[in-house]
Write a protein of this length. Structure first.
Length: 226
């Protein structure tokens, strides 16, 4: 819940209860972590730690950061063995465990950023060579956008009265362009929540260029098994 008296940029968490989007994001995220054989994972914008808690329960090692002090307080309470930092994408990533992670997750963050290029740059600093960045954001595509227009739902969808809400709206093409211009190679797209082409969110997996996987013909773990 967003506290209307909070300073701009601070998102208040009243509890450790999972946000509504966690329900349809966690299973695809777990599948991605397993598919790309990731063991050390970092959640950028982890909020109250709900996704970290789910992944930890499934045998993965996950650290996380968020600029929300209340979110990190709840995360530390629910995942006492976790490693959490009050830190945002506009802060220096090298103050964290830079260059150590197989995979960096950022769920429903990029749409809140005035300067979205900071997100892939932050992720790149945390990843080992050839590691993966996994970004989710509300899905936009022709069919869904048309339905929003036909049923006059754009005001509801944009939520302009939500202080600290969504700033930018992304398509598969624009998010791919953002990641690829910042040194990543997109290798997978996953729709999450609802039925195809009306997804609630999209998840894009991108590999940091210049890693050992490129030396071995550029094949990802997924591509080598298919």
């Amino acid at each position: 819940m967003n506290d209307p008296i909070a300073p701009p940029g601070e998102y208040k968490f009243d509890s450790a209860a999972p946000p509504c989007n966690v329900e349809y994001l966690v299973e695809p995220l777990l599948s991605i972590c397993r598919r790309y054989q990731a063991r050390k994972i970092f959640d950028v914008g982890c909020g109250n730690g709900a996704i970290v808690q789910f992944l930890e329960r499934n045998g993965l090692t996950v650290a996380g950061c968020d600029p929300s002090e209340s979110g990190i307080e709840h995360a530390r309470a629910t995942v006492p063995n976790g490693n959490f930092f009050v830190h945002g994408v506009y802060d220096d990533p090298h103050l964290l465990k830079a260059g150590q992670f197989d995979l960096v997750i950022s769920t429903e963050v990029v749409e809140h950023l005035f300067n979205p290029r900071f997100l892939p740059r932050f992720g790149a600093a945390l990843l080992r060579p050839g590691g993966y960045l996994v970004v989710s954001t509300p899905y936009h595509g022709f069919a869904k956008n048309l339905a929003l227009s036909i049923f006059d739902k754009w005001d509801f969808h944009h939520t302009p009265l939500w202080d600290g809400g969504h700033i930018k709206f992304w398509s598969r093409r624009t998010l791919t362009e953002l990641l690829e211009t910042e040194g990543f190679k997109v290798c997978e797209f996953v729709g999450a929540g609802r039925w195809p082409f009306f997804w609630k969110s999209m998840i894009i997996v991108a590999r940091l260029r210049g890693g050992t996987s490129e030396v071995n013909g550029g094949a990802t773990p997924l591509e080598r098994r298919t």
